[in-house]
Design a protein around this ligand. Structure first.
Ligand code: ZN
Length: 186
């Protein structure tokens, strides 16, 4: 009996732990999609669609973020394709994908500024738990995505709504850079 219990305990300890972010949860070699819920505060609640792709082998974590500015749809479409192309069985490390960071801006088709609080999500990091919706989104992404990442790429693009070209930019940062410069350098 003791041997059986010991065997069960050993098996449980050897079971690789799941990485759970919001409603997404993945063990090594698995992929999962879900939502980070951003609770209501001084304005309405929202949610952030995400995917976790975990390689079979341990390794660094990269976070890919699209939709900080909701009218810039090219990175949003690109990351949906990337998600479908990545095979967790053939990779090392973890990819965290934020498909649409700023759902209010995406649904409202606004340029740079949230239709709810008038703030630019790109300028309110690391956010506030009790702030307006843009600040609560930044807080959620900072604590649930960026703090887990070794590398971060925040993807932007021009759009049919912007007059001037808003070039795609990639912000690659380490934890140390984030601590020193904030989550999203200007
Ligand atoms: Zn942008």
């Amino acid at each position: 009996m003791v041997a059986v219990i010991a065997a069960v305990l050993i098996a449980a300890l050897q079971q690789p732990t799941a990485l759970t972010i919001g409603s997404a949860s993945a063990r090594p070699g698995q992929a999962s999609s879900g939502f980070i819920e951003v609770p209501a505060g001084s304005d309405a609640a929202t949610r952030i669609p995400i995917s976790i792709v975990r390689g079979v082998q341990a390794g660094p974590t990269i976070a890919l973020i699209a939709g900080t500015h909701g009218s810039e749809v090219a990175p949003i479409v690109a990351l949906q394709r990337v998600r479908a192309l990545i095979d967790p069985a053939a990779m090392r490390g973890t990819v965290l994908i934020v498909h649409v960071a700023n759902m209010p801006s995406f649904l409202g088709r606004t340029i740079y500024y949230s239709p709810i609080d008038g703030k630019n999500l790109n300028r309110v990091y690391p956010g506030k738990a009790d702030g307006t919706v843009s600040e609560r989104i930044a807080y959620a992404i900072t604590n649930q995505i960026i703090e887990r990442a070794d590398y971060l790429v925040d993807m932007h693009a021009t759009s049919s709504l912007t007059r001037r070209g808003h070039a795609t930019s990639a912000h690659l940062s380490t934890r140390r850079i984030r601590r020193n410069c904030g989550a999203n350098p200007p």
